[in-house]
Structure formats: C-alpha cells, structure tokens
Design a protein around this ligand. Structure first.
Ligand code: TXA
Ligand code: MG
Length: 343
C-alpha cells in the first residue's frame, strides 16, 4: 500500500476524513502523540489498526470524539466524577473509562472489556478531523507496538510507511507523552497510566486519586492491559542512573571498560558534566515539560546511532508531569536502575 503524506490544510483534513469514512487508517497529530485512527464502529477498520501496529489483540484502544454528545451513542452511564473531569480537562490529554453500550462499537476496540476508554483531544487538527468524520475514531499511538510513541510525522513514517493509507502531518506534538488514563468506575478513582494531566491537577478537581500499584510492582498486573508490555524501548538496553554526576560518569566509564559504546540521555545541564559516546538531550533540567516533549524523540534518536550498545538515562523528580516521564523511562528500561549506594 502506498501511504499518502498530507501537509496540514483544510483540503488535507477533508481527504483524511474521507479516508477514515472509507474504513482506511489515518495517522494524525494530537496534543500528546500521533494517533493511528480508524472507524471505531467498523470491525474491519479496527482490525487493520491491530495489524498495522503489530499490537496484541488483548490491548484495547482509546476512542476519540470531538463533541460530548457523541458519548450517548456508545456509553451507558456517565458518573458525576467523570462529568467533573470532562468539564475540567476536555478537550485535553485525559482519557476516561466508561461503561460501554453493547454492540455500539466494534468489539475489537474494547478487547472484550465492559468499559471503553474515551478522550477528546485538544489539538486543532485532531478536532477538525474528528468533526469532519462525525465518527468515534479508535486511535492508539501511531507507532509499531513496543517502540516509543511518535511525536513527529517522521516517526510515524519510520514505523508505518506502506502499512496505512495516510499520514496527516501537523508538525511536532506538544505534550510529548500520552494522555493520562483514569478509571472512575470503582470505589476510588485510579490512574492506570500517568500522562499529560497530572495527578495534582486531577486531585484539585475530584480529591484523592490513587495510582495503579501494578505500574511499579513487578508481581502485580497493571489494570490497563497496555501497561504490562515492554514499551517505549529503543534497540539498545536502557539503564536508569540514580546518583550524582560523578556517579553517572563512573557508570559510563565502567561500561566503556567492558567495551560498550555508551549513549547518554539526559538534560543539557547534566550532559555538560558527562563524557559518553553519544549524547542526546531531553531539554532543560529546570523544565520537566520540555523533558516530556523531547523524551520519545530522544529514545528514538539512538536507533539512528547503531554503534550505541547501551543507553544510560537520567532520572527525574516524580512530581507533576515527572510521574509520566518516569513511568515511560522505567518501562523503556524494564525497571533496571543503577543506584549510588544510600551511604
Ligand atoms: O495520548 C494518547 O492517549 C494517545 C493519543 C493518540 O490519543 N493514544 C494512546 O493510545 O496512547 P494507546 O492505545 O497507545 O494506549 C491506550 C492505553 C493502553 O495502555 C490500553 O491498555 C489502555 O489505554 N486502555 C484502553 N482501553 C482500556 C480499558 N477499557 N480499560 C483499561 N485500560 C484501557
Ligand atoms: Mg501506545
């Protein structure tokens, strides 16, 4: 299949919308990462999404809408808490679980679960495209399963060229990590995946919010099926370095003594104090938002430095967007840490 590459314009949005209505797949920018969209009401389209990404069939998709009333077609009830969160954070990087109406969506979307994950993105191109189709659009991140999510149209091309009908290029996405997935269907609201809307911001609206223990704990299964897979990983193994710059340098030196070629993923300030083989910046230490925005591009960049055999990455404070940044880094590293001893 030849993948059509469209630069953002009104005509491009119209073409992309027709492509979706015809049951084909379109990659489009959102404020978090690029999504791979298909008609959520057609099994034929949704199956193509799983196939193009090589995604395990037990990992459900997020349904994207442009208008609140679209929920009525495929959700049975909207709780007060969900109502409050939609009011405060939609359109934006927040995905909410809601009980799904039987038969309203292609069954593959929810992978057999009783809930559907829904979000209204705030990116103007995404909203324009969704409005133009009038359809609920199922869209996972537009990467090959297991790779870092795409924050640029070029990343989508690297992974999916020839496998999907169309890529709508809207430049770099803003937030850089995916939406926060929140489950309000139980007794207490739980973050199943940290993301663009911080825990602190959620709590300011609905009070205490838990974080799924399965994200940190190797023995407990995460509640979002997608969070159990190795993910966001470049080709070389990643280790997280928790210690001073002197400790970080000692780790680099040790790997080099063993003949490894060491890639370093860190902020400008940290990189200035280190000497590894390939340095990739995640932005400024004083600005965790910039780290989130650069993270996936940084992880992907090592795949263009094939000589790198091991990647050492800086760690960040888990406050605010740092919770999402550290969750993705821990997954990329398979939770492998190099820690300076406590004393
Ligand atoms: O920012 C985003 O959310 C991006 C953009 C494109 O919107 N999308 C995205 O989709 O990251 P995806 O498919 O890569 O991640 C969806 C996550 C997975 O971890 C999946 O397991 C979880 O949401 N999920 C989806 N439906 C669920 C459900 N009903 N119950 C629990 N987890 C669910
Ligand atoms: Mg994904």
């Amino acid at each position: 299949m030849e993948t059509v590459f469209l630069k953002a314009s009104t005509a491009a949005v119209a073409t992309a919308a027709q492509t979706l209505q015809a049951g084909e797949l379109v990659a489009f920018p959102t404020e978090t990462v690029y999504g791979l969209g298909g008609d959520a009401t057609q099994s034929r389209s949704v199956k193509k999404i799983y196939k193009a990404k090589g995604r395990p069939s037990d990992n459900p998709l997020i349904v994207h809408i442009a208008e609140r009333h679209q929920l009525d077609a495929f959700v049975t009830t909207v709780s007060d808490q969900v109502e409050q969160l939609m009011e405060s954070f939609w359109p934006g990087p927040l995905t909410l679980l809601m009980p799904v109406k039987d038969g309203a969506l292609a069954p593959e979307v929810t992978a057999g679960l009783a809930t559907v994950a829904v979000r209204m993105p705030s990116h103007p191109l995404a909203l324009a495209l969704l409005k133009e189709t009038g359809l609920p659009i199922a869209a996972p991140s537009a990467n090959t399963s297991g790779k870092p999510s795409p924050t640029k149209a070029r990343h989508v091309q690297e992974d999916l060229n020839g496998r999907i009908a169309c890529i709508l290029d809207g430049g770099s996405t803003g937030v850089g990590v995916e939406s926060t997935v929140v489950d309000c269907t139980g007794e207490k609201p739980v973050i199943l995946r940290p993301g663009g809307v911080t825990k602190e911001a959620l709590e300011a609206v609905i009070g205490p919010v838990l974080t799924d223990a399965g994200l940190k704990n190797a023995t407990e299964k995460p509640k979002a099926p997608g969070m159990k897979y190795t993910h966001y990983a470049p080709q070389a193994p990643v280790y997280l370095v928790d210690g001073t710059s002197a400790y970080f340098q000692a780790c680099i030196d040790l790997f080099r003594l063993e003949g490894e070629v060491v890639g370093v993923l860190a902020t400008d300030e940290t990189l200035a104090e280190l000497k590894g083989d390939v340095h990739i910046s995640t932005g400024q230490a004083t600005d965790l938002e910039s780290v989130a925005a650069h993270l996936y591009d940084g992880l992907r960049a090592f795949n263009h430095h094939e000589e790198v055999t091991v990647i050492l990455a800086e760690v960040y404070d888990e406050a605010g967007i740092g919770q999402a940044v550290m969750n993705r880094l821990e997954k990329a590293a398979g939770h492998r840490y190099l820690r300076a001893s406590a004393r």
